[in-house]
Unconditional design. Structure first.
Length: 185
């Protein structure tokens, strides 16, 4: 029996395996953020309000407004290192140790600075049958969740870092996020 839901197009639109995370993707200071372990999760949450109109008892097409929109990327951080630790916690600074020092130091501050926001963060993944990757970009992201690192025997420590996209007051037309999906060949 032929299944109408499985076609050649189906097989060319399956996202495979894990994504690679980039800080400031496509920018002059782009860098791979590091190895991950577990699922990378992209989330879009919308609050949509139905405009109430007297005498109309059902939702009415065209009478909706987006009240709130939030885009997040949840990244299970396997690869630590001083830069990633600073990047994983807003309100922190990195002080590189000198030649005689044995450690770099990450210290908290009690304020959020512009340096806590990335230009963007990208999850770059593979689509079966496509030469180009799928790219999920969050603009002006900052880590907004708690940092929790549980250390135990026979296991890697993999804190889950939540990055939330933010509007830039200097460019309110820039979207919070975009998905770049490869065209068919």
């Amino acid at each position: 029996m032929q299944r109408p839901d499985i076609t050649t197009e189906t097989l060319q639109n399956i996202v495979l395996d894990s994504a690679v995370i980039y800080k400031n993707y496509g920018e002059s200071d782009e860098r791979v953020w590091g190895a991950t372990q577990g699922a990378i999760s992209f989330n879009v949450e919308q609050t949509i309000r139905n405009i109430e109109i007297n005498g109309v008892k059902s939702p009415l097409k065209g009478a909706q407004e987006i009240e709130e929109l939030t885009a997040t990327l949840e990244v299970p951080m396997l690869q630590w290192g001083p830069e990633n630790l600073r990047d994983a916690m807003a309100g922190h600074d990195l002080e590189a140790g000198g030649e005689e020092d044995t450690h770099d130091i990450i210290r908290n501050r009690e304020s959020i600075n512009d340096s806590d926001y990335f230009k963007n963060i990208a999850a770059v993944g593979r689509v079966k049958g496509r030469g180009e990757p799928v790219i999920i970009l969050l603009y002006n992201p900052m880590p907004t969740g708690n940092f929790e690192a549980g250390m135990e025997d026979n296991s890697e420590t993999v804190p889950s870092i939540q990055f939330t996209a933010h509007k830039n007051p200097e460019d309110m037309d820039q979207p919070l996020y975009e998905i770049r999906y490869p065209k068919t060949a």
